[in-house]
Design a protein around this ligand. Structure first.
Ligand SMILES: [Fe+2]
Length: 355
């Protein structure tokens, strides 16, 4: 099917070998369309391309401006002062609910984002508000991912500008979910393969949505597209490997996975951080950037030193020392005074954090 350049979307598949006028190969048949390829086609003034019919295009037929036509969004635009207040108070609620985990830079960055009145920020505020209206779960998750990512940025000694950018990347990484039907988004049971495919398209849809605005940082757009990619190539939608992913996408991927697992969902209790660390230790070292994930595990676990936990044998204990080799199985002190090294007692594990 021949398509004009304007209608070709990220995630589609090119259906021909494409050459420049002088006969130089631009891209071979069956290449997935990336933002970079779109830019290249534009540069070489390619106006029309034969595309494969089996790309992601059928998932991209939602009008990205649908959200802007919702009553909530319209009322927000006409009453922006009130909307800002509502957004601020919901941020306050998050601060009150979880005061120990608040990163002050995150709050500062959000405040800057909310109150600086240039055009980009207004667009971004519109989208944060839409997120808040459409789904509290997505909104809270996104704010948390921004916070976790900014922590990780600090731990990796990234410059301040990178940390600020990570907060914005966290806030908008899942923006494409606003374009996923509610019945799929909030489905309590397992998604069908077809529904899962639609859910996965929040990455390409998010990119397309943000890409409508020339003045939004391109790295934020890329994170929306690439935050479900994995370093071993097992992610989606582009199946990129480590070399093709930037640090922002890699950091948000870790923060996103950690937040998703440790938060409560309608269909399950929050997963204990030690269980999540166990997952990162077992599978995460290949899937995520190893040096980032190791730093993340170390810092997260150190923050749980001296906290109370519930063990699978029903006893309560305090975390005393993180085991260097099996970080998810620390030395604990049971309330009756006995020490227990979980690294050598595989039959007992931490099931819940108590304080
Ligand atoms: Fe996502």
């Amino acid at each position: 099917m021949k398509m004009s350049l304007e209608t070709i979307k990220v995630g589609m598949s090119v259906g021909q070998d494409l050459y420049t006028e002088s006969g130089q190969l631009i891209t071979p048949n069956n290449t997935l369309v990336t933002p970079e390829l779109l830019a290249k086609l534009k540069k070489f003034k390619i106006s029309c391309v034969e595309m494969n019919p089996d790309g992601l295009e059928d998932q991209l037929d939602v009008n990205i401006f649908d959200i802007r036509n919702t009553p909530g969004f319209k009322s927000f635009q006409s009453e922006s002062a009130e909307a800002k207040e509502s957004l601020t108070s919901s941020l306050d609620k998050i601060l009150q609910d979880d005061p120990d985990n608040i990163h002050i830079d995150m709050v500062k960055n959000l405040s800057t984002l909310l109150y600086e009145s240039n055009k980009t920020n207004l667009n971004l505020i519109d989208m944060v508000y839409s997120m808040h209206e459409y789904s509290d779960t997505i909104y809270t998750h996104s704010v948390n991912v921004g916070m976790i990512a900014s922590h990780l940025g600090h731990w990796l000694n990234l410059p301040d500008d990178d940390i600020k950018l990570l907060v914005t990347c966290g806030l908008f990484h899942d923006i494409g979910k606003l374009l996923i039907p509610k019945e799929i988004l909030d489905k309590p049971g397992k998604l069908t393969p077809e529904e899962y495919k639609i859910m996965q398209s929040h990455t390409t849809k998010g990119f397309e949505l943000l890409n409508q605005f020339d003045d939004i940082d391109y790295r934020v757009k890329k994170v929306a597209l690439l935050h479900h990619e994995r370093c071993d190539g097992t992610g989606y939608p582009m199946h990129f490997g480590s070399n093709e992913l930037d640090k922002y996408s890699k950091i948000i991927a870790i923060a996103d996975a950690y937040e998703a697992m440790t938060s409560e969902r309608s269909y399950r209790e929050p997963i204990c951080p030690f269980t999540v660390v166990n997952y990162f230790e077992k599978e995460g070292l290949h899937k995520f950037e190893t040096k980032y994930v190791l730093k993340f595990i170390n810092k997260i676990l150190n923050s749980y030193l001296h906290t109370k936990v519930l063990l699978s044998n029903g006893k309560e204990a305090t975390v005393i020392m993180i085991n260097r080799n099996i970080k998810s199985r620390p030395l604990v002190k049971i309330d009756d005074g006995e020490f227990l090294d979980l690294a050598v007692t595989p039959e007992i594990s931490i099931v819940k954090m108590i304080s």
